[in-house]
Design a protein around this ligand. Structure first.
Ligand code: ADP
Ligand code: GLC
Length: 497
C-alpha cells in the first residue's frame, strides 16, 4: 500500500517574454514607442511574467544601463567589425536588458534613425537587420543558453525582421507577436541590398518581404509573426482599409484573424499630477486646486497674457503631417480673435517649425511656440493648459490625449484611431470628424463656450476624464492572453522550412 504524498503546489513558472525595440524612455525617445517600452514590460513583470528587453547599443543605452556583462561575442556580422551581446539591468524598472553592442553601427552622435542633419542613416538596413537577427537568435536559444523567451514581442519595423529570421532559419517553439505602433514608417530599402541580410532567396518575393520592388521590414512582421497587434482597436480596424493601410491593407486583411488592437495605458509613476515633480503644484481628482497654479505658471513662463476666461490650448507633438497641425495653423487667426491662447511644443518638419514660429511672431502674448524637445515642459504644458489638441490625420493610439485626461486637461481630438477610442465627445472631451480647419475650429469654440458659460459642466468633463481607467495593468492582461495564443498557434503549426 502506498501512502499518499502531499501534493506540492508549486507556482507556475513565469512566462518568459523578450521585448525587442529601438527606443525606451528615458534612454532613447523619439515618440510614444519609448513610453510604451518603459511601461509595458514593467506591467507584464508586475503581472508575474519573466520579462527582458533587447535594445541596440546606442550611446545613451550603453551609458545608462547598469551592471553590463558580455553574454556572447558575435564576431563581425552585418558589416560591424565586432558585435557583442551584453546583459545588463534597466535603470528604474530593474528589468534585465540585452544590449547589442556594435560600435560601428550604433555608437555615433545623432538620433536612433537619423543623422543630426535629419537624413536617414544610410546603413539602417544593417543597423536594424542586426537587431532582428539577434532577437531571433535569442529566441532560438542560440546565444544565451541560460535564458530563452517563450514569446518574442517585437515592436515596429525596427525589430520586425526577427520574424523573418525565425521563419527562415531556426526551428523554435517561441511564439512571436508583432506590434505596429505606426504603419506609416515601414523600413523600406533598395531591393538589391537584401543580400546583406542573409535570408533565403524565397524571402525576397511579394508573398514575403518584397513591397513594390523594394524590401520591407514591416512586411516581415506582418507576414511572419504569429500574432499582430496595433495600439488601439480602432487603428486595428483602420489599417485593414485602403485609406489607412499605407499600401499594406491587403496584407493585413490576409491576416485578419490574427490582428487585434490593445490600447496603450498611462504609466502612473511618470504621468500623475499628484506626484509629478515637474509641476508648480500637485493636484488630483479630489483636490484640483493645484491645476490653477500650474496654469498660472505656464502662462507666466510662456509670456502669455493672463485671462481667466480665455481657453488655453496646449499642443505637445512631433511636427509631422500625421499630426494634422496644419489645421491648427489654418484655424489660428479666427481662434485668436475669439480669445483662445495656444502653447505649442514640438520639433520635426522644417516647414511646420517655420510656420509655428511665424505664428508666434504674429500673435505675441497669445501664441507661444517652443521648437525642440523638453520632457519637463511637456509635463508642465499638459498640466497647465485647459485643453490639449490632437487633431491628427491618423493616430494609432496617441498618448498625449491620455495624459490630458489624467491631468484634467480636456482633449480636443479628431475622431480617428486611438483618439476616437479614448475620448468621448461632450463626455470626456471634444471630438470632431473632418480633417479640416473649420471642423477643428468648431470643436475649439464649443470647448471655449462651455468653459466660459457652464463651468460646472466643464468641471464634470474634467472629472470624468481624470477618473477614466487607462491602465497598463489591463493592457498587460490582454497581452498575456495573446501570448498564450501565439504560443499555441506556433505549436499547432509544422516547422517552417
Ligand atoms: P507619437 O508617438 O506618434 O509621437 P504619442 O502621442 O504616442 O505620439 O507620443 C508622443 C510622446 O512624445 C508623448 O510622451 C509626448 O509627451 C512626447 N513628445 C512629443 N513631442 C515632444 C516634445 N517636443 N517635447 C517633449 N515631449 C514630446
Ligand atoms: C506611435 C503612434 C502613436 C502611439 C505610439 C505608441 O508613435 O504614432 O499613436 O501612441 O506609437 O504606441
Amino acid at each position: 500500500m502506498t501512502t499518499a504524498q502531499p501534493v506540492a503546489h508549486l507556482p507556475a513558472p513565469a512566462l518568459r517574454v523578450l521585448h525587442a525595440a529601438a527606443e525606451v524612455y528615458p534612454l532613447v525617445k523619439t515618440g510614444g514607442l519609448a513610453d510604451v517600452m518603459a511601461a509595458l514590460p514593467k506591467a507584464l513583470a508586475e503581472a508575474g511574467a519573466d520579462v527582458r528587453l533587447l535594445l541596440p547599443g546606442f550611446p545613451a543605452v550603453l551609458e545608462s544601463v547598469l551592471h553590463a556583462r558580455t553574454v556572447a561575442d558575435l564576431g563581425a556580422v552585418f558589416g560591424a567589425l565586432r558585435v557583442r551581446l551584453l546583459l545588463a539591468t534597466m535603470p528604474g524598472s530593474g528589468l534585465p536588458v540585452y544590449v547589442v553592442d556594435a560600435p560601428r553601427l550604433y555608437r555615433r552622435e545623432g538620433g536612433p534613425y537619423q543623422a543630426p542633419d535629419g537624413a536617414e542613416w544610410s546603413d539602417n538596413l544593417q543597423r536594424f537587420g542586426l537587431l532582428g537577427w539577434v532577437a531571433a537568435q535569442l529566441a532560438a536559444g542560440e546565444i544565451d543558453t541560460t535564458w530563452n523567451p517563450q514569446v518574442l514581442h517585437v515592436h515596429d519595423w525596427h525589430a520586425a525582421l526577427a520574424c523573418a529570421y525565425i521563419a527562415d532559419h531556426w526551428p523554435t517553439t517561441t511564439g512571436t507577436v508583432f506590434t505596429v505602433h505606426n504603419l506609416a514608417y515601414q523600413g523600406l530599402f533598395p531591393h538589391d541590398d537584401w543580400v546583406l541580410l542573409g535570408l533565403s532567396a524565397r524571402f525576397m518575393a511579394p508573398a514575403a518581404l518584397e513591397f513594390h520592388g523594394q524590401l520591407s521590414f514591416m512586411k516581415a512582421g506582418l507576414k511572419f509573426a504569429d500574432r499582430i497587434t496595433t495600439v488601439s482597436p480602432g487603428y486595428a480596424r483602420e489599417i485593414a482599409t485602403h485609406e489607412f493601410g499605407c499600401g499594406l491593407d491587403g496584407v493585413i486583411r490576409g491576416r485578419s484573424s490574427d490582428v487585434s488592437g490593445i490600447l496603450n495605458g498611462i504609466d502612473d509613476s511618470l504621468w500623475n499630477p499628484a506626484t509629478d515633480p515637474a509641476l508648480a503644484a500637485s493636484y488630483d481628482r479630489v483636490n484640483v486646486g493645484g491645476k490653477a497654479a500650474c496654469r498660472q505658471a505656464l502662462l507666466r513662463d510662456a509670456g502669455l497674457g493672463e485671462a481667466d476666461q480665455a481657453l488655453l490650448i496646449g499642443i505637445v507633438s512631433r511636427l509631422t503631417a500625421q499630426k494634422g497641425l496644419d489645421l491648427v495653423l489654418a484655424a489660428l487667426p479666427r481662434l485668436v480673435e475669439a480669445g483662445v491662447q495656444v502653447v505649442v511644443q514640438g520639433e520635426g518638419d522644417g516647414a511646420l517649425q517655420d510656420a509655428f514660429s511665424a505664428a508666434q511672431r504674429s500673435y505675441p502674448g497669445r501664441v507661444r511656440v517652443y521648437i525642440g524637445y523638453d520632457e519637463a515642459r511637456a509635463h508642465q504644458m499638459i498640466a497647465g493648459a485647459d485643453a490639449i489638441a490632437v487633431p491628427s490625420r491618423f493616430e494609432p493610439c496617441g498618448l498625449t490625449q491620455l495624459y490630458g485626461l489624467r491631468y484634467g486637461t480636456v482633449p480636443l481630438v479628431r475622431r480617428v484611431g486611438g483618439l476616437a477610442d479614448t475620448v468621448a465627445d461632450g463626455i470626456t472631451g471634444f471630438v470632431f470628424d473632418a480633417a479640416s480647419a473649420p471642423a477643428f475650429e468648431g470643436a475649439v469654440l464649443r470647448a471655449m463656450r462651455l468653459k466660459r458659460d457652464d463651468p460646472q459642466q466643464w468641471a464634470a468633463i474634467q472629472q470624468r476624464g481624470m477618473a477614466q481607467r487607462l491602465s497598463w495593468q489591463d493592457a498587460a492582461q490582454e497581452y498575456l492572453a495573446l501570448y498564450g495564443q501565439a504560443m499555441a498557434s506556433r505549436k499547432a503549426r509544422p516547422r517552417r522550412h
